[in-house]
Design a protein around this ligand. Structure first.
Ligand code: THU
Length: 132
């Protein structure tokens, strides 16, 4: 069930999708994160002629927030022009796991959306507790 703030986060993700730098794949992705205190940060995918240097939209949004000093997150939305709700890639799932983002809203341009938890996205995640 989408809340009003989930819907706002999807709309922000769509706005950031317009900023995607995706000349190689032409696959545009937007994301937005909401902090525990309600501040929002958006991001888009940023590709590179050296393909592996590409940064996904979700990580752009999370890294923007973290670099502004944020560490507590309430939700993240990701949107692309996919058939079903856009699933985050494995690397982004690991980063969402690091920052304990427990509400991930996968969405597409047709208005489909699905909310999943961190554990559903990345069961058996590697974490700080494995480093001890
Ligand atoms: N992409 C994202 O931005 N997020 C994902 O979770 C999946 C993939 C981007 C990376 C690349 O620029 C394009 O989509 C095609 O893989």
């Amino acid at each position: 069930m989408l809340t009003e703030s989930d819907k706002e986060l999807i709309e922000l993700a769509k706005e950031y999708r317009d900023r995607a730098y995706a000349p190689y794949s032409n696959f545009r992705v937007g994301a937005a994160v909401r902090t525990a205190l309600g501040t929002v940060y958006g991001g888009c995918n940023i590709e590179n002629s050296s393909y592996p240097m590409t940064n996904c939209a979700e990580r752009t949004a999370i890294f923007k927030a973290v670099s502004e000093g944020e560490k507590e997150f309430a939700a993240l939305a990701v949107v692309a022009d996919t058939e079903g709700p856009c699933p985050p890639c494995g690397a982004c799932r690991q980063v969402m796991s690091e920052f304990r983002i427990d509400r991930v809203i996968m969405a597409n341009m047709k208005g489909d959306a699905r909310i999943v938890t961190r554990g559903e996205l990345l069961p058996f995640a590697f974490s700080d507790s494995d480093l001890t």
